[in-house]
Design a protein around this ligand. Structure first.
Ligand code: DC
Length: 213
């Protein structure tokens, strides 16, 4: 069984995907982390994330980079969004994601194009969204709670602007833009807390599976 969870940044899709994986006892892949690793690798090699050749070369990042806590930073998220525009990069990361999705027993993947490109054959497709304000507030609270010092004093308005910029880039790119698959169930988490969002997603997945699991 393949479960695809897509949505914009800070929508709660990662948390929901993890909870679905635990509930259905499936392995989980956060595909954003792959793009973040490419973005970080470009920066480490002093390349240009807007250059397709530099970004493609960075797709050969070492696996150990996936453990780097720096990948979770806002800076890495911005770099990931820039390198993810290049079709060459998307192609280079395709096989790795597809192999994970089609492993025996199934998997949960979260990202931007799982239901549309990586696993259009997924059994369950969820598209998690929330207002820009709600997403910025969550990101800000996250940073204030445990973020590195230098990020905690970023004003909320700046985080909002960053989210809008990232959304624009993810939605308007020509190759695999962020959008809900036609057969995806959209869950808007703006007014939901974490527990409620997780419960809705599990229930939606169970319904899609005909209440079998
Ligand atoms: O989910 P995230 O914030 O970690 O993703 C970071 C960036 O990576 C996002 O802005 C766009 C890109 N991305 C993508 O293009 N396709 C995916 N499946 C996952 C992420």
């Amino acid at each position: 069984m393949i479960i695809a969870v897509d949505g914009p940044t800070a929508s709660g899709k990662g948390t929901i995907a993890q909870a679905l994986a635990a509930h259905f006892k499936l392995p989980h892949l956060d595909t954003g982390l792959l793009y973040r690793a490419v973005g970080r690798q470009v920066a480490l090699s002093a390349g240009n994330p807007d250059d397709p050749a530099d970004s493609l070369a960075a797709c050969a990042f070492p696996d150990s980079l996936l453990e780097d806590p720096e990948l979770r930073s806002e800076e890495s998220g911005g770099l990931a969004s820039r390198v993810s525009i290049h079709p060459q990069v998307r192609r280079a990361l395709f096989e790795r994601q597809r192999t994970f999705a089609t492993q025996p027993g199934g998997a949960v993947l979260d990202g931007r194009d799982i239901g549309t490109v990586i696993a259009p054959d997924a059994d369950v497709k969820l598209f998690i969204t929330a207002s820009v304000q709600a997403r910025a507030k969550r990101r800000w609270l996250e940073m204030t709670a445990k973020g590195p010092e230098r990020e905690t004093d970023i004003p909320l308005a700046e985080i909002e602007r960053d989210i809008v910029k990232r959304d624009d880039r993810d939605i308007s790119r020509a190759d695999a833009p962020l959008r809900a698959a036609r057969d995806a169930l959209v869950i808007d988490t703006t007014e939901m807390n974490r527990e409620r969002a997780i419960a809705e997603a599990i229930e939606a997945a169970r319904m899609h599976l005909g209440g079998k699991r």
